[in-house]
Ligand binder design. Structure first.
Ligand code: SF4
Length: 377
């Protein structure tokens, strides 16, 4: 814990805030890409300490939130089969699909298990040869290498009853989509440090140049975020648009070369649908041809499942930074962590859950209870 405390030092935070206040001369809108950063910002009240001119817009970087309803429905269809053990990280179990979630499938007798690694699911497959074992492989560049490794190991060990339901997404095409929207207000990005620890920073200079936006690789602790904001505002005030690494203790320019090799071996780039946003070209990964036999969508013939998103949920606008969670009519009333209408209220990294957990008395109905909030994460 001591290591973390160093990045929460109030005196250092005050100095960074003073520098930001002294630098800013006009309004700027910055987007923090990652939901983990959003939670840190809301939890520590960082947005309320910044100068009024600096607005933080919450970005699409929550893996659970951007997984489309259609993929959840595919997971539900597969998990309901009597011959399947369906393995997932915990927060996907409460994400609502059409009419139910994975918890309900489990309650109805489905073999749905929470695991902490795709390699745990692979081990279950090895010990349960009579069943098909499926791992729900969602997320950004951070979780993709471990999932790639699990499939690589399955093929190497000849574990044919293992497969992956893949819904991996990539950050750079999402930045491109945000900046290409006619409603975009973003002028600078705090890039997601953990994504860059895998991928490096090489994908960002072209985006910074094309859209003339500073992109600052930023960590997750309060001082990391303040330093990311300080550097981004400094560039904006100087009229610069460069890529900077403000998270060097975790990010090397070249990324994690072993992880990159594994990704290139097992996955190939594909178009992906993002929840509430729609399809973004080349924004995801799927299993490469050599590994397609481990693709659960093909193995269980759910490639044709098509689902429309719920009209009541405005998470697509939240994920694009066009709407604050409390501006959604359902926030804290029809939609709470106990009765989520959208993934941004379920996920521990979701912006709606962050506002419900830390700001509901300011923005939501006062009648909401702390007990409900504690069910998140
Ligand atoms: S508050 Fe609920 S319904 Fe509204 S955008 Fe967030 S998740 Fe969707």
């Amino acid at each position: 814990m001591r290591y973390l405390e160093e990045f929460r030092d109030p005196a250092l935070a005050r100095r960074l805030l003073d520098e930001i206040h002294a630098t800013v001369t006009r309004p700027w809108a910055l987007m923090e890409v990652c939901g983990g950063q959003t939670h840190s910002i809301i939890r520590h009240g960082i947005d309320q300490l910044l100068p009024a001119e600096v607005e933080l817009i919450h970005g699409p970087g929550c893996p659970v939130c951007v997984t489309p309803l259609e993929v959840i429905d595919k997971a539900l269809a597969i998990a309901s089969r009597p011959d399947v053990v369906f393995c997932s990280f915990g927060d996907m179990l409460r994400v609502p699909g059409t009419g139910r979630d994975l918890f309900r499938v489990k309650g109805a007798g489905g073999d749905v298990r929470v695991v902490y690694s795709p390699l745990d699911a692979l081990e279950i497959a090895r010990r349960t040869p009579g069943k098909q074992v499926v791992f729900f492989g969602i997320g950004f560049e951070t979780t993709a290498p471990a999932n790639a490794m699990a499939v690589h190991q399955a093929r190497r060990l000849g574990v044919r009853n293992f497969s992956l339901l893949v819904s991996h997404v990539r950050v750079p095409p999402a930045i491109e989509a945000v900046m290409s929207s006619p409603r975009c207000r973003v002028q600078g990005f705090l890039a997601a440090g953990h994504v860059c620890s895998v991928m490096g920073v090489g994908e960002y200079p072209e985006l910074a140049e094309r859209f003339r936006v500073p992109i600052v690789v930023t960590g997750f602790e309060p001082l990391d975020i303040l330093e990311g904001v300080r550097r981004t505002v400094r560039q904006l005030e100087r009229g610069e648009h460069r890529v900077e690494n403000a998270y060097p203790r975790a990010v090397r320019d070249e990324g994690n070369t072993a992880a990159l090799r594994m990704l290139a071996e097992v996955f190939e780039v594909t178009d992906r649908a993002w929840r509430g946003i729609g399809t973004i070209p080349a924004s995801g990964w799927r299993l490469a041809e050599d590994y397609r036999e481990f693709d659960a969508e093909h193995r269980f013939a759910v490639t044709d499942v098509r689902t429309l998103e719920l009209a009541a949920c405005r998470s697509g606008e939240v994920l694009q930074g066009l709407l604050k969670p409390y501006e959604c009519e359902a926030f804290g009333t029809a939609c709470t962590p106990r009765t989520p209408l959208g993934a941004t209220m379920v996920s521990s990294e979701g912006a709606c859950a962050a506002y419900y957990l830390y700001r509901r008395l300011a923005h939501g109905p006062a009648a909401t209870t702390g007990k409900e909030a504690s069910s998140v994460g």
